[in-house]
Design a protein around this ligand. Sequence first.
Ligand SMILES: Nc1ncnc2c1ncn2[C@@H]1O[C@H](COP(=O)(O)OP(=O)(O)OP(=O)(O)O)[C@@H](O)[C@H]1O
Length: 278
Amino acid sequence: MADVALATRDVPTPEFQTVRTPDPHPRPTKVKADNVKVFYGQKQALNGVSIDIPVKSVTAFIGPSGCGKSTFLRCLNRMNDTIDGCRVEGEILLDNRDIYDASLDVVELRARVGMVFQKPNPFPKSIFDNVAYGPKIHGLARSKAELEEIVVSSLQKASLFNEVKDRLHEPGTGLSGGQQQRLCIARTIAVSPDVILMDEPCSALDPIATAKVEELIDELRENFTIVIVTHSMQQAARVSQRTAFFHLGTLVEEGPTDHVFTNPSERRTQDYITGRFG
Ligand SMILES: Nc1ncnc2c1ncn2[C@@H]1O[C@H](COP(=O)(O)OP(=O)(O)OP(=O)(O)O)[C@@H](O)[C@H]1O
């Protein structure tokens, strides 16, 4: 009950309220979204989502299929800009800067806010070149040696180096699915992002590869702000510190992961996590 008493109510739109439970030891906000609405043509997919995403921790987005988790995730690095007919309203700040500001360089933004997709999607290039690609196009290495250093350290941070060190010049597509996903994470890390967005990063992986990626996510949160969309509530419970529950285009509830899973403030959250719908 003490946790419920902590919950504060916010009113992003007149139609609904998001219940928020603060962390006992809150971290500074890295990304702040305010009243974000997304439309695909005439259809509204998000009804005014507001959330503060804390720095250097993992925030999980959960909710039934079609509730808008991926749509909201894609707002955070403007990937929705690439979808015809998609319109975003509201405000999203990264380190207090409006990411929808007309003067903002979207390529730069996507380097600062990297994305890992559901299906591993290495380039048809060598393992080395997959990781070197970003640093090369962003001019992050002044010499060949520096580029090599970035590639090796990114593969190490992605817990992949030891498995591939003897075949760096072989195709990335020749790796196993789990290794390919860690290669994609290494590729994202190589451009030194602040935020890593992960859209169901384990859904194409077997349980062992999933466990490795989850372990990796836990290590990465020391240095990166991570937002993960997942269909697996066990995964959200294992890897995240905060959880946000979406339903029908609204953010119903967000709070510390243990609170959301053990003592949710909202009936809809309770029904979802106990499998009554979704
Ligand atoms: N490119 C698109 N064009 C039109 N409608 C879309 C598009 N992408 C998503 N939608 C719609 O927006 C709503 C939210 O979809 P979204 O993919 O964000 O949900 P989700 O919670 O991530 O679902 P899932 O868990 O199944 O991936 C859905 O009704 C979906 O049909």
